[in-house]
Design a protein around this ligand. Structure first.
Ligand SMILES: Nc1nc2c(c(=O)[nH]1)N[C@H]1C(S)=C(S)[C@@H](COP(=O)(O)O)O[C@H]1N2
Ligand SMILES: [Mo]
Length: 516
């Protein structure tokens, strides 16, 4: 007796088998990609590369929104989101292939190609790093095809049927192999950890220490932040999904472009110079009125202008275009970098320690008075002097301004928003900043009442924030307290609210007081 095609049982993968094949192909691709990346460059791991690509190519508004609302959770949230998307695509690849593998293979190929493209797009990864996403693509496609073939053998070998036991053995093998590959890759990729190099730096001794801090540098007891932000509390903003790990012996800084002679400095060159200590308050341009993206540290390093003088920056250079080892770039007006009065630094120490890895170890730039995105390059490796139209820095090409001096601003830290207070005398405390100009006056008012001068902390430097406090008479009911600062150029903060884009937020910070 013969059977016709119509009589044959429907040749179709079951839902669980299709799902398993999609997921295992994804696991194999990520595991093998991570394994190879462990040896050719950790950030070439397809998952990391694609996540980095998303950061670099998301609309600016979304990235800055994530920085503000998610803070340091922005990166974990991105990774989880990407993992969810990948799992959904893997499930889809399985489902599309319940009759023939073709559609799933195409999807796996497209995903793999996206990984290759993401690595190719990075300026900081060499050709050899392409091996990682290519290996991932091959592994994903191979596992998908072989498992599919086992679960749904082609017509000519149909009578052999689906060997469930063999299929499950192969699946367990792929899952275990992917896991081992990922772990080995992780181990190999992170074994060159900068922490031991940082620990080996030892004590960095300033030749010129910053003057001792006066007792009234802050009003922390009254609710202002401490004058010096401890390193673990210092705000952190960067596009690096994986914090660059650079050992001091592998680091150097090259000064080139429109200079008389190209010069290069090793870590030893820098630390053997007389080191100066300087207190500078960093601020992020994305900081909203009242926001937390501002911190203050005692930096230790060398005067940038001394290094630049050795290179001999040529007249006509407009910007100092700095590049970080992870490919992030930053453009600073050349005249600011070169101004001996400005105090721009190449910093290697922060609050009595070598720079923390996430704040730029081994070395970063710190320039008083400019928002971080136009000045504060972490993990800096190159300073190129050039024209504005020759090079466009990372955030410039995403719609942020070329010139970005820090705007005079102030913030109420205590009480925090929507506080319940008892009617009568209420004490408020906070911060004000106008880096490189200095704060002259801070005033506070209740509702539409008269502005009242707050007590200021001692001025430690014009390049640092200043704390303030005041006592207000607050009657029963709901009120709004607002603050405004005036700087030493006589400029008083405008009430007009401006968004952080393109060159920093403006407006008065207020808090609602619920007095009973
Ligand atoms: N390499 C690198 N450096 C960088 C950035 C970055 O994304 N990558 N972000 C800049 C921005 S926007 C700011 S505000 C400061 C923040 O420095 P911090 O993380 O030490 O506070 O670093 C600057 N330097
Ligand atoms: Mo920033």
């Amino acid at each position: 007796m013969t059977t016709t095609l119509q009589d044959a049982p429907p040749r179709r993968l079951s839902l669980p088998v299709a799902t398993l094949i999609g997921l295992l192909a994804l696991a194999a691709a990520l595991g093998v990609g991570h394994l190879v990346a462990g040896f050719v460059g950790y950030t070439a791991s397809p998952f990391i590369a694609v996540a980095n690509y998303v950061i670099d190519h998301s609309p600016t508004g979304i990235v800055k929104w994530a920085e503000r609302t998610l803070g340091t959770w922005d990166k974990p949230v991105l990774k989880i989101g990407l993992a969810v998307v990948l799992v959904l695509l893997a499930l889809l690849a399985g489902q599309l292939s319940r009759r023939t593998p073709r559609a799933g293979q195409i999807l796996v190929f497209v995903l793999g190609a996206a990984g290759v493209a993401a690595v190719y797009a990075r300026s900081d990864l060499g050709q050899v790093s392409l091996l990682a996403p290519v290996a991932a693509l091959v592994a994903g496609l191979t596992v998908f095809t072989l498992l599919h073939r086992m679960a749904l053998p082609p017509e000519e070998v149909h009578d052999r049927g689906f060997d469930r036991r063999k299929f499950l053995q192969a699946s367990v093998g792929v899952a275990a192999g992917s896991g081992v590959a990922a772990v080995v890759g992780q181990f190999a990729g992170t074994s060159t950890n900068a922490e031991d190099s940082r620990a080996a730096v030892g004590a960095l001794v300033p030749a010129r220490t910053a003057p001792p801090l006066p007792a009234d540098a802050d009003f922390a007891k009254l609710g202002s932040p401490p004058f010096i932000t401890p390193n673990p509390d210092f705000y952190r903003i960067d596009t690096a999904l994986v914090v660059p790990q650079i050992r001091t012996e592998d680091w150097s800084l090259r000064v080139h472009g429109m200079v008389d002679r190209e010069v290069s400095f090793s870590y030893a060159d820098i630390r053997d110079r007389p080191l100066v200590e300087r207190r500078v308050t960093l601020t992020c341009v994305s900081n909203e009125v009242g926001g937390p993206l501002i911190s203050n540290a005692t930096w230790l390093g060398v005067d940038l202008v001394d290094l630049l003088d050795e290179a001999g920056v040529q007249a006509g250079a407009e910007q100092m275009f700095a590049t970080s080892v992870d490919g992030w770039t930053c453009g600073t007006p050349a005249n600011v970098a070169l101004d001996p009065q400005r105090g721009a630094m190449l910093a290697i120490g922060m609050n009595g320690e070598p720079l923390p890895v996430e704040h730029g170890f081994p070395a970063r730039i710190v320039i008083p008075g400019l928002y971080g995105y136009v000045s504060a390059t972490k993990w800096v490796e190159s300073l190129e002097f050039t024209k504005w139209d020759a090079r466009q820095a990372y955030w410039l090409s995403r719609g942020w301004a070329e010139q970005a001096p820090i705007k005079t601003e102030s913030r109420i830290d205590t009480p925090s928003g929507f506080a319940r207070v008892s009617a009568g005398k209420v004490r408020l405390a906070g911060t004000a900043w106008a880096q490189h100009t200095g704060i002259a006056k801070v005033e506070v008012r209740l509702d539409q009442g008269a502005w009242q001068p707050a007590t200021l902390s001692a001025e430690v430097s014009k390049d640092t924030w200043r704390m303030w406090w005041i006592e207000l008479d607050v009657p029963k009911g709901t009120h709004q307290a607002s603050v405004r600062a005036t700087d030493q150029d006589g400029y008083t903060q405008t009430e007009n609210r401006a968004d952080p884009v393109p060159d920093g937020a403006t407006g008065w910070h207020s808090v609602t007081l619920d007095a009973s």
